[in-house]
Structure formats: C-alpha cells, structure tokens
Write a protein that binds this ligand. Sequence first.
Ligand code: FAD
Length: 454
Amino acid sequence: MVDVDFCVVGAGFAGLTAALRLKQAGHSVTVLEARDRVGGRTYTENRSDGSWLDRGGAWIGPGQDRIYALMDEFGVPSYKQFVDGDAMMFLDGQTYKYRGTVPLSLSPVAVANLGVVFAELTQMCKSIPPDAPWTAPKALRWDRLTWAKWLDANTLSKPARLLLESSVAGLYTSAASELSLLFCLYQMAAAGGPSFVLGVEGAAEDARPVGGMGAIYRAVSAELDDAILLAHPVRGITQDDAGVTVRSDTAEIRARRVIVTVPVAIASHIVYEPMLPVDRALLHQRMPSGAVFKIAMIFDEPFWRADRLSGQSFAPGSAATLTIDSCTEAGTPGILTAITEGAEARALCRLAPADRRQAVLAAVAERFGDRARSPVDYVEHNWSVERYSGGGMISHAPPGVLTEFGPALRRPCGRIHWAGTESSAQMYGFIDGAVRSGERAAAEVVDHEARARV
Ligand SMILES: Cc1cc2nc3c(=O)[nH]c(=O)nc-3n(C[C@H](O)[C@H](O)[C@H](O)COP(=O)(O)OP(=O)(O)OC[C@H]3O[C@@H](n4cnc5c(N)ncnc54)[C@H](O)[C@@H]3O)c2cc1C
C-alpha cells in the first residue's frame, strides 16, 4: 500500500494540473491513470517526418488564460490557425464559399434570422451565472426545452436552422433533440457568451501549441515523474473517517483525499464505498457523451492553400461534417483534419474500416478535388468507443438535469473531490476548463484538510 497526502484519478489535463499544483505546494501525490498514456481526451502522435497530429483536443483561444499560463510555465509557444482563403459550406443543396463567420451570400432572410438569434442568445447568456446556471431566472423554463425545440420557435429560415442545429449539436456530438437549452446556454456563458462557441468574429479557438497538446502534457508529466502510475484503472474508492483507499487491479493508494477527474459519463464505472450521496450517484447516470471521429489526412503539401482555400468546410449530414487545416507551424506536410460528429459518426462506426476511409475521402474530394482522394497517410481516431472517455468530445446535460442535479457537479462527497472539464464553471468542455478544474480541486483538497485539522 502506498501512503500519500492526496490521490488523483485520471491523467488528462485536469488530473495532471491538480497533481502538479499539489506537488508544487509540497504535498505528496499519486496519480492513477487507466490508459497506458497520459493526456486523456488529448493525444498527440509524433511522426517520423518530424510533424505531429493531435488526435483529440487541439485548439486554444482568447480568454483561455489557464492553459496559456501552463504553456508559459513550461515554455510551450503557440502558433495561429491558418485561416487565409475561402471557407466552404454546404447547406440545403447550396454551396457557399466565404470568408468570416457565415456566408453573407445566404438568403437575406437567413442572414437576418441568424443575426436575431445571435442577439437573443447573447442576451439569454447574460442572465446565466456560469457558477450556478440552475439559479438563472428562467432556468426551469429553459431546462425543460431542448436546443431543437428552441430552434423550432426561433428559426424562420431553413439554412439558418440547419446551420444553428448542426453547429451547436455538433459540439456535443449528439442530436439537438438530446440537449437541454439551459445546458447549451450555460456552456456558451461559461466561455463568455455565444461568440466563442459559435466562432463569431474571430472569437473562437484560433491557435495551437507548437508540438501539439503533447508538448504540454509531456512536460507536466515529466515534472510529476514517478507520481503517475499508468495502466492503473481505478476500480474502487473507499472512504472512512481518516482517509480514502483507492484501488486499481494491482495497487492500493491510501490518501487523505482523492480528486476524481474522469468524465462524468463514465464516473459510475468506479465503485464507491459507501455509496455516493444520491444527487451525485444519480448525476452519473444522467450526463452522457456523444460520438465523434477525428481523422487526419496527410499530404506532401497543403494543396488547398494554393487553391486559395482555407481548408475549412462544413457539410452537415456528410461523412466528413467538418474539415480544417491542421498543419504544424512549419506548414508542411499538408494535414487536413475531418471531424465527424453525432449521427454521422455513428453511421461511420457501422462501416468496415476500408469503406469508412473511402466514404470520408470521397466526401472530402467533392470539396477539395481529386488530390484529396490520395493522402500519403490517413489516421482515424474513433473517440465514440474509447472505454476511458465514454465517447467524445464532452459529457452534456439532457433536459431537466442541470436544474435537478447541477449543484452536484462540483460538490465534494466527503473525501472525494471532483475535477474534469465538466466540473468547470469557466470554459466548460474545453482543455482550459480542465486545467481550471484541476487547479480549483487542488486548492479545495488542501483547504478542506487545513480546516479539518483546526
Ligand atoms: C475529438 C476531440 C476534439 C476536441 N477538440 C478540442 C479542442 O480543439 N479544444 C478544446 O479546448 N477542447 C477540445 N476537446 C475537449 C477536450 O479534449 C477536453 O475538454 C479535455 O481534454 C478534458 O480533460 P479532462 O482532464 O477533464 O478529462 P480527460 O482528458 O478525459 O481525462 C480523464 C482521464 O481519466 C482517465 N480515466 C478514466 N477512467 C479512469 C479510471 N477508472 N481510473 C483511472 N483513470 C481513468 C482517462 O484515461 C483520462 O486520462 C476535444 C475532445 C475530443 C474528444
């Protein structure tokens, strides 16, 4: 049995940051990580040609101060996302080439409708306190509605509806009919308003760390060194008056407190003794995740740039819902990423790998021409079936959950404390939110211990 001050479950950005801050404050800490790697929902693959791929979370942006602070601490610079050239959108049988946020060549009704909806969302978000969205004046009303239902009442134009439905639902890799309106507003409010989440006027995540997310998480884990035990899925956590015992198949850690950072969608895979309080136990049954593929297509050159295309495209309903230029700061090789979410991702899951590849490349070639059919390499990552993520990209709240169970998201259960991006009041769902949650939980366990000793 290993005896430490604090134990952390999970070595994604939340767990790594929590452990780092605890170690820096002079506490002993052990991190138990289920996978044979750190990073969780981020995963950087270094390639033999010197380039790298982010198979999971990749982008960072304005207002995400805590991930930037971590990068500064470890000397990891960032570079800007390539955005020169036209983006493409395929909506309701029409093709649009455009620069900026939305194609202004959409019908005037659609553009006006988008403007009104955006203004309305901005106002609604202002009434949501990100640290307690369930207390918003209209929380109960909005939590009874789905994102789809709200769009039914607020979108007049078909392209506007399609765009808002698929872009927001895509973020949660689920259908608009599965998402609580209050939850969608909360996630927007937690990022400062709808501009950031909808990527309006340059407010979106617009940069990447040089070397990918791995440049950060490898530096943090080197600092933590042998405090991290890989391939140790936690099976059970027992708490008593004096501390907690955290068990994997081959290790037992005794600590004063434990910080659990696993996604809410799979937090019930751990057996808690005694049983968790009812709100937290039932919350674990109520925040699912969705389906998502992230696919990197590697070419000798980013040929789309020469064609004056940014690489960004959006085609709801296709095998490659979104594409984006994902080259490293060097600009070669050409890396184009396809992200396919929700129902389309589940459809891809049902195909054999060769058929899936063909479907994705065909969809991409329709937009970028025949050169897109022959990448020098094709790397797909199916987060939908990752055992230790429970799907991707993030856990979401269906109707009724935030108002009934929201306060349980961060409330400690005795000696068990909760971190992870889904517990963050700011930048919920983002890597920055994970870092913030780790820092908050590290401060919380130290504070609870100090108070217990008085
Ligand atoms: C395809 C994809 C693209 C994304 N793109 C972006 C993006 O561009 N920008 C952005 O900001 N965010 C993005 N995200 C979201 C972002 O990756 C997450 O918000 C963030 O990584 C979550 O970090 P976390 O530490 O909270 O959780 P995780 O990274 O999920 O960490 C939890 C850790 O717990 C481990 N674990 C699980 N069960 C157990 C167990 N029983 N015992 C021990 N360990 C366990 C897991 O293996 C994992 O390492 C993306 C996510 C995906 C999947």
